[in-house]
Design a protein around this ligand. Structure first.
Ligand code: KG4
Ligand code: ZN
Length: 321
């Protein structure tokens, strides 16, 4: 009915990453006015609200606490349940939401690749709240690697879209970056070595040329993006083969990457599987996905106690329906 977004990108851009204290303070300033605006835009009165969903975790504790405090206070005032939602479950379920521009709606069971600034995980989802972790990053998330690589190349923040844009002008084959952990079995990832590799490659260019040209930036961006995309594709292929499932849902900010989508689609076609992702604006962080996850859980009669605490760390395979 309404889906408003206030981005803190400009607030954090100067720092090349999220500054926790600034993030929390901005949540305090913006959240209530935005809730009011969303209710006005959708013509919803407070007595028409059946439940309130909020992000309980994982994430930065300060920002989570602001959201939880507001959600619980409103829930108490309006006498409705407040449902604490897992951020990554929100991403995962976004693909099931109607009206999000996806090609088809997945049906349980399916495999999911969750790739954001904080997570890189492969899951098998057999039903709402029933997720099995197949593999995850041993160190940095893919999105974090995109952001850091962009920073090293003096590109903007957030790094993912900037790397993708620079890579469009890149020359194929000038550099070949490693595909971490693809030469051994298993579905885990590692992206920190790729960051070091990128750093060394840039240092070498600067040493040789005394500077970094736009062409250098594009070539490094392309090599980096290709390495991440191929690594994710190889692991997704393995996950589909190992689970025998034929639907792959991709979610989280990095799933907005066009090259990743193309590569996964090509791979899935060969396996007679389908790749499902929501419209771009529902891939990166958004409120609708949390509301939708809350709606599904509300229908299952979930009632969280108002005394539950936020969970900055919260493994997704510990959820239940
Ligand atoms: O899910 P998200 O919006 O926030 C988190 O929960 O982390 O994901 C943000 C991440 C950032 O690291 C950003 O660089 C990355 O998603 N991202 C992309 C693209 N758009 C956003 N990475 C690669 N290609 C993109 N087009
Ligand atoms: Zn997210």
């Amino acid at each position: 009915m309404a889906n408003l977004l206030y981005s803190q990108v400009a607030l954090h851009a100067d720092y090349g990453g999220v500054v926790p204290e600034l993030a929390s303070r901005d949540h305090v300033r913006k959240t209530l006015p935005m809730i009011k605006e969303a209710m006005e835009e959708s013509g919803t009165a407070s007595d028409q609200v059946a439940a309130i969903a909020y992000t309980r975790g994982p994430g930065l504790v300060g920002a989570l606490m602001v959201g939880a405090a507001i959600a619980k206070s409103l829930a108490m005032a309006w006498n409705v349940p407040a449902l604490g939602i897992h951020h990554m479950e929100g991403h995962l379920l976004a693909a099931l939401m109607d009206g999000t521009g996806h090609s088809s709606s997945p049906e349980f069971p399916f495999t999911a690749l969750l790739v954001s600034g904080g997570h890189t995980q492969l899951m098998s989802a057999s039903g709402l709240g029933h997720y099995r972790l197949l593999g995850e990053s041993m160190d940095d998330a893919a999105g974090e690697a995109f952001d850091k690589a962009a920073k090293m190349l003096d590109l903007g923040y957030p790094g993912g879209p900037e790397i993708a844009r620079a890579a469009l002008q890149g020359q194929e084959g000038r550099f070949k970056f490693p595909r971490p952990m693809t030469d051994r079995p298993g579905l885990d990832f590692s992206f920190s070595g790729l960051k070091t590799y990128t750093m060394n490659c840039i240092a070498e260019l600067k040493r040789k040329e005394n500077t970094l040209t736009d062409q250098d930036r594009s070539d490094v961006a392309l090599a980096f993006e290709t390495a991440v995309v191929e690594t994710l594709t190889i692991k997704c292929r393995r996950a589909l083969e190992e689970t025998g499932l034929n639907q792959l849902v991709i979610a989280g900010g990095v799933s907005a990457n066009v090259r990743l989508r193309q590569s996964l689609e090509e791979m899935a076609k060969k396996l007679n599987a389908s790749v499902i992702y929501p419209d771009l604006k529902f891939c990166t962080d958004n409120g609708a996905m949390i509301a939708y996850a809350g709606y599904l859980r509300y229908k299952l009669d979930q009632k969280d106690d108002l005394s539950i605490q936020v969970k900055p760390r919260w493994p997704m395979d510990s959820l239940s329906a």
